[in-house]
Design a protein around this ligand. Structure first.
Ligand code: GDP
Ligand code: MG
Length: 436
């Protein structure tokens, strides 16, 4: 998915502004990528329509690449679609009861072990695992193996075929033994059927869990959505666990399920090992899907700080060759508002690593600002008038040397030439130059 989106958003690079044509092109690719990731057709279409409206309705920032703006729009929309904020577990019960539901092979038993481990190590809980998959002896055994691996007690009853009874007995056992969380593993079948649903609904009713989690294999794509709906209709579950999201498994199910049942995805499973569990963060998942890392936060910060109106004025000045030191200092102040140079450079893909050992001196700006402040308005708007004696005066006034003044004048001259060449590239190019 990430590759496809990369490519899709690439379409926009090199274009000066987001036009209706290249928005449509890009979104066609985005939609294709979503469909390939098993996102429901209707949802993918709605999604791209929303992004399109927002893209066209928004004034393109002259200071940034339109492609990045699209990345941000797509990312924000994806995040929203997957639920906005991360949602935790309700562990207010004493003991808190968590019921696992889902088809056979979805990963319930494995996830039960992972969750027990997570609650034990990360939340200092004392969990109890309960084996309510009574049809296959191997299933009970499997839970014991998992429990041993994470050092969590497993409650099971040999020969008892009544999961409701077992679950109730387990609660009593937990209370007696100071367990504050109970994780009930249940039997699933290969497909949704009435018997399975009745059984889990009975267990659900009898133990009244704080959290019923629906566990679903992310690789099952569209089927995952139908299964989620069937379970939700019967159990009205609290949250979803998306398993087998290892490596580059398509994350489309996350998007579709949330849209269809409107329940938060709470955890993801990313491997067979007991530590392969992650809290689900919609924005991280969107990042992962987009594969663009910190570009998004760079765009966000830039958006907060750059005044579009200013940027437009600046472009006009550059085009008319009227760019002076007053404008220059404004630009520096804008960039400074965005954070330290080091932070900023670190957010540029690729540059972060390359620049890691380079010392970027935020103080360098102080000299520059001091020099500019020591200039007269005339000197600022027409730097050509700055002769030898003026340089001496400026250096003295700013506590710098004539050499430093010369250096700044030279840099400024080069920059003005470059900007003219670029024909009004605006703040983005300024930023690039100042980063150097
Ligand atoms: P259950 O029938 O719902 O209890 O499913 P299991 O917990 O027995 O899991 C079925 C299979 O999926 C097992 O082979 C697990 O090792 C595997 N599995 C479970 N979760 C994950 C995961 O997050 N990633 C991968 N790669 N495999 C998983
Ligand atoms: Mg199982």
């Amino acid at each position: 998915l990430s590759d496809k989106l990369d490519k899709a958003l690439h379409v926009l690079k090199g274009h000066g502004s987001i036009t209706e044509v290249n928005v449509a092109e890009t979104l066609k690719e985005v939609r294709r990528a979503l469909l390939d990731a098993d996102v429901n057709f209707k949802i993918a279409k709605e999604f791209t329509n929303t992004v399109k409206e927002k893209a066209l309705g928004q004034n393109v920032l002259t200071t940034l690449q339109p492609g990045q703006l699209m990345v941000k729009l797509v990312k924000d929309e994806l995040t929203e679609l997957m639920g906005g904020d991360a949602e935790g577990l309700n562990l207010s019960g004493n003991p808190s009861i968590i019921l696992m539901s889902g088809l056979q092979g979805s990963g319930k038993t494995t996830f039960s072990g992972k969750l027990a481990n997570f609650l034990k190590t990360k939340k200092s809980k004392k969990p109890l695992l309960v084996a309510c998959d009574v049809y296959r002896p191997a299933a009970i055994n499997q839970l014991h193996v998992v429990g041993d691996q994470v050092g969590v007690e497993v409650y099971s009853e040999e020969g008892n075929m009544n999961p409701v009874e077992i679950a109730q007995n387990a609660i009593a056992h937990a209370k007696q033994n100071g367990h504050n969380v109970i994780i009930v593993d249940t039997a699933g079948r290969l497909a949704v059927d009435e018997e399975m649903m009745t059984e889990i609904a009975n267990v659900h009713k009898a133990i009244d869990p704080q959290e019923t989690l629906f566990v679903v294999d992310a690789m099952t794509g569209q089927d995952a959505v139908n299964t989620a709906k069937a379970f939700n209709d019967r159990l009205n579950f609290e949250g979803v666990v998306l398993t087998k999201l290892d490596g580059d498994t398509r994350g489309g199910a996350a998007i579709s399920i949330k849209s269809v049942v409107n329940k938060p995805i709470k955890f993801i499973g990313t491997g067979e090992k007991m530590d392969a569990i992650d809290v689900f963060y919609p924005s991280r998942m969107a990042d992962r899907i987009l594969g663009m890392g910190d570009v998004v936060s760079l765009v966000e910060r830039a958006q907060e700080q750059f005044d579009e109106e200013e940027a437009r004025k600046l472009q006009k000045k550059i085009a008319k060759n009227q760019f002076g030191f007053d404008d220059f200092i404004k630009q520096i102040q804008q960039v400074k508002k965005m954070g330290s140079m080091k932070d900023l450079v670190g957010m540029i893909p690729g540059a972060g690593k390359a620049m890691k050992d380079v010392d970027i001196d935020d103080d360098a700006f102080k000299h520059i600002e001091a020099i500019i402040h020591s200039m007269t308005p005339d000197e600022r708007s027409t730097p050509a008038v700055i002769n030898g004696s003026r340089k001496k005066r400026i250096a003295k006034g700013s506590g710098t040397s004539v050499q430093q003044v010369n250096q700044l004048l030279k840099q400024f001259d080069q920059m003005s030439k470059m900007m003219k060449m670029m024909q009004g590239g605006g703040g983005r190019k300024m930023m690039q130059m100042m980063g150097k």
